[in-house]
Design a protein around this ligand. Sequence first.
Ligand SMILES: Nc1ncnc2c1ncn2[C@@H]1O[C@H](COP(=O)(O)OP(=O)(O)OP(=O)(O)O)[C@@H](O)[C@H]1O
Ligand SMILES: [Mg+2]
Length: 322
Amino acid sequence: MLVLRDLVKVYPGPVTALQGVSLDVPEGMFGLLGPNGAGKSTLMRILAGLLEPTAGSVALDGEDVLADPAALRARLGYLPQDFGFYPHLTGAAMLAHLLALKGVVGRSGTKALVAELLDRVNLTYAADRRVKTYSGGMRQRLGIAQAIAGDPRLVVVDEPTAGLDPEERLRFYHLLAELAEGRIVLLSTHIVEDVAVLCPRFAMIQQGRLVAQTTPAEARASIEGTMYEGLLSKGELASVRLGHRVTQSMLFEGRHRVRIHARGVAAPAGFVPVRATLEDAYFVLGGAGGRPAEARIERAAAVGATAAPATSAPATSDGSPR
Ligand SMILES: Nc1ncnc2c1ncn2[C@@H]1O[C@H](COP(=O)(O)OP(=O)(O)OP(=O)(O)O)[C@@H](O)[C@H]1O
Ligand SMILES: [Mg+2]
């Protein structure tokens, strides 16, 4: 079990990136879901021992991690959000280099360990290709190979699925699911689908605060019976937004197919009740910090369309500009 208590991080500025986060992360896959700037990478860098928190504690299986970061590093695998590779090296050479940096030596030597790790992440066929020829998914799998070297107890992966096409994402899901057997894997993401597919438990973080720590089923159940769907014109959509939280809006035959949350208020005429999805729960539980517009793009990418570049423009929970 990984236990975080009252983690605070204030960057110079000052920017308070974490405002007292407490989290219990059991063995298996655990999702940390939040929009851009929520504090996910800050939290993960603290766990990786790369950043000192301003306050708070971290314990891994009962051991105080912050007191002895070097001891933790031996039990930790970390895939940063922006993982740098040397593009001219082959995958095998790059991995050997990363293992040397990490100080991991296989029982039968580095070469054997490289081969074993490449096999684990299904990259044996590309071992001798230069990293610059790798697809995004292949790079992420190479990043996972270095993260799991030395069989760490805790693996921290920071937004590993962003920018992957649907096929690569699916492959990557299978790899992550395998990884989570017998260890703690903490996965940060702003893609609800990642959590729905992979995580029996997850936490939602916004503006440095935890807003939920739950399971996908519980999150959906908490808003069951409050979701409705209907078709609206553009003008109608604007007025419905004034009275309801819109969790999804898609163009459909020239009109807007809209999902809304209506608790304690009547749904607009013509709207029908629908089952709650995890994405609905994300935007309802997340309140003003959720951003359905961007999530729609990512979701579309996950279900078959081409991935759109992530936007960093802030938006309100119903997707309109702030
Ligand atoms: N080195 C830094 N100095 C000052 N502020 C920082 C620094 N790093 C991050 N921040 C700020 O801290 C907040 C949290 O950033 P962080 O990178 O942890 O968020 P995130 O959830 O990982 O976002 P993203 O999804 O965009 O990766 C943001 O407001 C960010 O601008
Ligand atoms: Mg980040």
